[in-house]
Write a protein that binds this ligand. Sequence first.
Ligand SMILES: N[C@@H](CCC(=O)N[C@@H](CS)C(=O)NCC(=O)O)C(=O)O
Length: 135
Amino acid sequence: MRVIIRLFFRCVRLLLTPFMLLAEKLNTPAPIERDPVEQAQVDQACQQLVMYQFSACPFCIKVRKEIARLGLTIEKRDAQHHTEHRAELEAGGGRVKVPCLRIESEHAEVQWLYESNDIIAYLQQRFENKDQATT
Ligand SMILES: N[C@@H](CCC(=O)N[C@@H](CS)C(=O)NCC(=O)O)C(=O)O
């Protein structure tokens, strides 16, 4: 019975995935504008960030849309199908739950931030206000 239920939900997810990705594409906001120097600083700071995600996870979609709105270039790693990325997330963060933002400080200290709302708050706090963009 559990196998059937799991199969059912897997099929629902497979059916919904293209619609969720289309809705994301249509609803992704335009990026905020920065002058080129400031954008270069932001791009540089974003090299210390990696987002672990599933493509059709609604919480990941919410974070991806905010990343787009903030004009951030953040590497995204598929923790659903890519076994190495999944293992990195589990080993580093402690669990396979997405979205998760890997934040590396300039001293190479690593923080694994879970919870979509917390990730969005972190990105807004750091990148929405240009004075804090690179700190
Ligand atoms: N409250 C979390 C929910 C995240 C969540 O439930 N993610 C699902 C994918 S959509 C997940 O990682 N499930 C795997 C698990 O919980 O082990 C958030 O807002 O980020």
